[in-house]
Design a protein around this ligand. Structure first.
Ligand code: DAH
Length: 348
């Protein structure tokens, strides 16, 4: 019994003000470990006289509870102290200004593409994509441009392998892919914006990489007036309501008849200004009714189906619309400040 009193006093004394978690753990071993004071007192129960065993057992249990209580108190206090010290050390000054993250901005070409996509989607067109490394078959042959055809010269092409694999010189192969993929021959309504490549010497108006937007519709009873109406809508929505379109006869192997299409100058409306070089008109691209051979190459019965196609340079439109003098600005590393000036006030 004396020993129990002694242990109790020790608990009060030693667990009065423990200064570290390590010290606390050592005390746990000292009192409750294999050879701990309380553990040994507990083991002695077998030597106690029978009539005192119960009372002795209760006293040992009280010791255990007392130790646990003191242990828990100290542990909580010490842990709180650690957290408090850490918070004081890692203090955050919420009044400091944040770091400014520069968000990106769309390039003028992306803006043109987005606008044309929106216009065409509103008329039920799909937007399709195709590979930039293309087969001669899709880029030329099936478009009615067999090997040796003189019109190939106009598209000075980057060949990659054996005159069979090339960097696409136009986005028209995407039209071929779409027509071949139309297995049930239900018809097509699509545009395909994308990068194209030609062996041009780069200058202010030429770049070996440029961007085209082409469109294609294949259906029954498609005529040249459908083409004109569609291009009219695009021009009016892209520039303004006063803009009109004009066709001039032209030649492309994949369309017959073929046209070149101009728009009235969106800036001066035919009066003549420096944008249209005083002609009142701006040439935008090429177009026509899909050549029957191209339709047949892709499995359409040209007696039943007809279609129109058009293609224009997104770079040229972006240059006109945003008053950019040099096409190379689009393909050299961008300074965010340069492209940010085209951002609409509210957007990116
Ligand atoms: N692919 C032609 C070019 O790069 C442009 C073009 C003309 C596309 C007429 C067409 C088209 O789809 O019908 O010069």
């Amino acid at each position: 019994m004396d020993k129990i009193k002694e242990i109790k006093d020790l608990i009060y004394e030693k667990l009065n003000d423990v200064s570290s978690l390590e010290q606390l753990n050592n005390l746990k071993v000292e009192f409750l470990g294999k050879k701990g004071l309380i553990t040994e007192a507990n083991a002695k129960i077998k030597d106690i006289e029978v009539d005192k065993k119960k009372e002795y057992g209760m006293l040992v249990n009280e010791l255990k509870s007392l130790f646990q209580e003191k242990y828990d108190e100290n542990k909580k206090r010490l842990e709180d102290e650690i957290i408090k010290a850490k918070l004081e050390k890692d203090v955050i000054d919420v009044t400091l200004p944040g770091s400014i993250i520069n968000i990106g901005s769309k390039s003028p070409i992306e803006r043109i593409i987005d606008e044309v996509e929106d216009i065409m989607i509103s008329m039920g067109y799909d937007v399709l994509d195709g590979p930039e490394i293309e087969q001669d078959l899709y880029n030329f042959e099936l478009l009615n441009l067999p090997k040796g055809h003189p019109a190939r010269d106009a598209q000075d092409t980057f060949y990659i392998k054996d005159e069979e694999l090339l960097l696409r010189s136009q986005t028209s192969p995407v039209q071929i892919r779409a027509m071949l993929a139309d297995k049930e021959k239900k018809g097509i309504r699509m545009i395909c914006p994308g990068k194209t490549y030609r062996r041009d010497d780069d200058d202010a108006t030429h770049s070996h990489q440029f961007t085209q937007i082409e469109g294609l519709i294949v259906d029954k009873n498609i005529s040249l007036s459908d083409l004109k109406g569609t291009l009219d809508v695009i021009a009016k929505k892209l520039f303004n309501e006063n803009v009109e379109t004009r066709f001039r006869p032209s030649y492309y192997p994949f369309t017959e008849p073929s046209v070149e299409f101009d728009i009235t100058c969106f800036n001066c409306h035919k009066k003549g200004c420096n944008i249209c070089k005083n002609t009142g008109y701006i040439t935008v691209g090429g177009a026509g009714l899909v050549h029957y051979k191209v339709l047949e190459n892709c499995g359409y019965d040209s007696n039943l189906y007809s279609g129109f196609a058009f293609g224009f340079g997104a770079d040229r439109l972006a240059m006109l619309k945003y008053g950019i003098k040099d096409i190379r600005t689009f393909y050299t590393p961008h300074d965010l400040r340069t492209i940010k000036q085209f951002a609409k006030k509210e957007g990116i």
